[in-house]
Design a protein around this ligand. Sequence first.
Ligand SMILES: Cc1cc2nc3c(=O)[nH]c(=O)nc-3n(C[C@H](O)[C@H](O)[C@H](O)COP(=O)(O)OP(=O)(O)OC[C@H]3O[C@@H](n4cnc5c(N)ncnc54)[C@H](O)[C@@H]3O)c2cc1C
Length: 148
Amino acid sequence: MSQMLIPNTVTEACQMLSSGNRVACAGATNLYVDREKGKYLDRDIVSLHRLKELSGIREEKDGWHIGSLTTFDLIEDVFRGQGSMDALAEAASLVGGPQIRNTGTIGGNTCNGVTSADSASTLHAYGIHQRIYEGTGTNGYPSGGNFD
Ligand SMILES: Cc1cc2nc3c(=O)[nH]c(=O)nc-3n(C[C@H](O)[C@H](O)[C@H](O)COP(=O)(O)OP(=O)(O)OC[C@H]3O[C@@H](n4cnc5c(N)ncnc54)[C@H](O)[C@@H]3O)c2cc1C
């Protein structure tokens, strides 16, 4: 029987995910459907919802930083009418219905590994840099893998 683990920090989450048979959970819109289909039933779930440092959007000198737990609703709210970022607002507005956009995250959309994911191709077109947390370290990568 699988259990739910709730880390308080990114480091703790990385440690939990690097041991045992576990899967990360953000908005659960995909994970829930996968489990209904019988996938991941043997895995413990590591819920990311307390990791505030992975939430939200901020503008810094080097550009926009978008946390992996940022929902599509927030992305549309922040970037609609923001000139060059408007395409990302448009992509976010096309995902599922209102419930999915209110809960689903940009990190879940890209980490899910589906090439048709609405935000993935758009982010790739922007040439984003992704921050990947591994163990206790952080690495930056150009678009192509999972990101924070
Ligand atoms: C009814 C319905 C309609 C949908 N419509 C669309 C659509 O129109 N367009 C579209 O692109 N998608 C659509 N989706 C898919 C889904 O809603 C999105 O992919 C959503 O962004 C997933 O985000 P989530 O936070 O719910 O991810 P979750 O379900 O929590 O996780 C999805 C996967 O990503 C992994 N993951 C999540 N966050 C992280 C992280 N920070 N680090 C590492 N791994 C992580 C999880 O382990 C899991 O494998 C739809 C889904 C449903 C159920």
